[in-house]
Design a protein around this ligand. Structure first.
Ligand SMILES: [Zn+2]
Ligand SMILES: [Zn+2]
Length: 113
């Protein structure tokens, strides 16, 4: 796994306490990510990470598809800067496509030829 922000590969062996930080992003799907020490110099580097609803920490992990906080074990997290797509929006878009298709059917396509 590379750095979430710059894509750099982690070179240190995993068992050595690493300056790399783990976190979780929620979009497009909840997944575990790593951020390299260089990118941690950026004051905003945690902005993209999901945060624990209870302690506001970014030390989250994804396990069996669920998000849990290393500090308090809660499985609820809220998104950082990047918010996942609103399910309502997706439904609306799907509906719009359906309506467009229905209108097309009613009006009928111009006979070819
Ligand atoms: Zn990086
Ligand atoms: Zn927490």
């Amino acid at each position: 796994m590379g750095c979430l922000l710059c894509g750099r590969r982690q070179e240190d062996p995993v068992r050595v306490p690493s300056p790399w930080r783990r976190g979780v992003v929620l979009a497009p799907t909840a997944r575990q990510v790593l951020v390299c020490p260089q990118c941690q110099d950026d004051a905003d580097w945690t902005e993209v990470l999901a945060r624990c609803e209870r302690c506001d920490g970014t030390s989250l992990m994804v396990r069996f598809g669920e998000i849990s906080c290393r500090r308090c074990g809660v499985v609820a997290a809220r998104a950082g800067r990047t918010t996942p797509p609103d399910p309502d929006d997706a439904a609306r878009l799907a509906l719009r496509d359906d309506v467009a298709a229905a209108i097309e059917r009613v009006l009928g396509r111009t006979p070819g030829g």
